[in-house]
Design a protein around this ligand. Structure first.
Ligand SMILES: Nc1ncnc2c1ncn2[C@@H]1O[C@H](COP(=O)(O)OP(=O)(O)OP(=O)(O)O)[C@@H](O)[C@H]1O
Ligand SMILES: [Mg+2]
Length: 355
């Protein structure tokens, strides 16, 4: 039985002079749900297309279960892919779309119909088999594309932003079903998204991409709670953590003259550092640093304050806030044990006793 361990080693991809992928190394475990997360243009789709065999790399090796498949043709890879635009055949019925991979594999006709019905049932479109893609809603087309991908048991399941064409509510609902489906399929899955909430909720582990490079690989918990660099910290979280210049002296952290005593001893000689603090870990504190209220946004379950500390915008999430009006002074302090520290020059996380 195939396992589905995926290895990428030293992958480079260039388009003319433009380097789209720079030294990509990844080790994806069998049956893992692995997300490639990054902003637009960071190289996620290029990586997936390379895995699918649609685009060869310029350098590097791609292996599945130890076998080098870097230049194997798509049909020899035992991979199923779901594209962002679903790529259904418009002139075929849903039934024929789902059956297509089996026909290509020359599966005996008698086995095709039950397999198609089984796949359609798993994504709840068994009543739509006679329709054409043009007669389906976006969500139903997406399910049809999923059914076509799962109709055979591939070694590797590649998904490129499969939920991005769905409206917000359907996206949340389908996300849950997709996770359930992946668990029951037991297939290594690589999932591309620029939506960090999707990556956090779906993935066992993820790689954070930026400008064709991988900035961090880890579980959602690791990436969220221990971002490896300032770049990762400024991308993860909604809104992401506040990043402020600070001075470190032993356990004393000074931001704009305000001292926070750290409950841990940072592994750093001291001096200029960058402090990171999530909006929900900033407190309103009469003894704190004075900031100027720019705007308070009521999000229903919480209030997001946009405050200016000098020239720096600080976002603060509080349960409720009675505003005396814009431009009022709001004093803040930082929860000491929720503080992240980064070396300002290298951008690297400074290890703390809690890491
Ligand atoms: N065929 C191509 N020729 C030239 N440049 C390309 C080609 N394909 C991709 N690129 C460039 O490579 C970079 C990475 O593209 P890619 O599609 O992998 O990004 P992405 O992370 O999937 O972004 P998005 O979230 O917008 O889908 C982009 O700057 C893109 O313009
Ligand atoms: Mg893409």
């Amino acid at each position: 039985m195939s396992k589905g361990r995926v290895n990428l080693k030293g992958i480079y991809k260039r388009f003319g002079n433009f380097v789209a992928l720079k030294h990509i190394d990844l080790d994806i475990k069998p049956v893992e749900f692995f997300a490639l997360l990054g902003p637009s243009g960071s190289g996620k789709t290029t990586t997936l297309r390379m895995l699918a065999g649609l685009e060869p790399p310029d350098e590097g090796v791609f292996a599945v279960d130890g076998e080098d498949v870097t230049y194997a043709p798509p049909g020899k890879r035992d991979i199923a892919m779901v594209f962002q635009n679903y790529a259904l055949y418009p002139h075929m019925t849903v039934r024929d779309n789902i059956a297509f991979p089996l026909k290509m594999d020359k599966v005996p006709a008698a086995e095709i119909e039950p397999a198609v019905v089984r796949a359609a049932e798993r994504v709840h479109i068994e009543h739509l088999l006679h329709r054409r893609p043009g007669q389906l809603s976006g969500g139903q087309q997406q399910r049809c594309a999923l059914a076509r991908a799962i109709v055979r048991q591939p070694k590797l399941f590649l998904l490129d932003e499969p939920l991005s064409n769905l409206d917000a509510q359907l996206r949340l609902q389908t996300r849950v079903e997709l996770k359930k489906l992946q668990r029951s399929l037991n297939v290594t899955s690589i999932y591309v998204t620029h939506d960090q909430e999707e990556a956090m909720t779906l993935a066992d582990r993820m790689a954070v991409f930026l400008d064709g490079e991988i900035l961090q690989v880890g579980t959602p918990d690791e990436v969220f709670n221990r971002p490896r660099t300032i770049a990762v910290a400024s991308f993860i979280g909604s809104p992401p953590m506040n990043l402020l210049p600070a001075k470190l002296d032993g356990r004393r952290l000074v931001v704009d003259g305000h001292v926070t005593e750290l409950p841990f001893a940072p592994d750093h000689p001291g001096g200029d550092v960058t402090m990171g603090i999530r909006p929900s870990h900033v407190r309103i504190d009469p003894d704190g640093l004075p900031t100027r209220l720019y705007l308070s946004e009521n999000l229903g379950e919480s209030v997001l304050l946009n405050l200016y500390l000098g020239e720096y915008l600080v976002k603060v999430r509080v349960a409720s806030f009675a505003s005396a009006g814009d431009d009022e002074t709001v004093p803040i302090s930082f929860e000491p044990d929720a503080i992240h520290l980064f070396d300002t020059t290298s951008g690297l996380r400074i290890r703390t006793a809690q890491d």
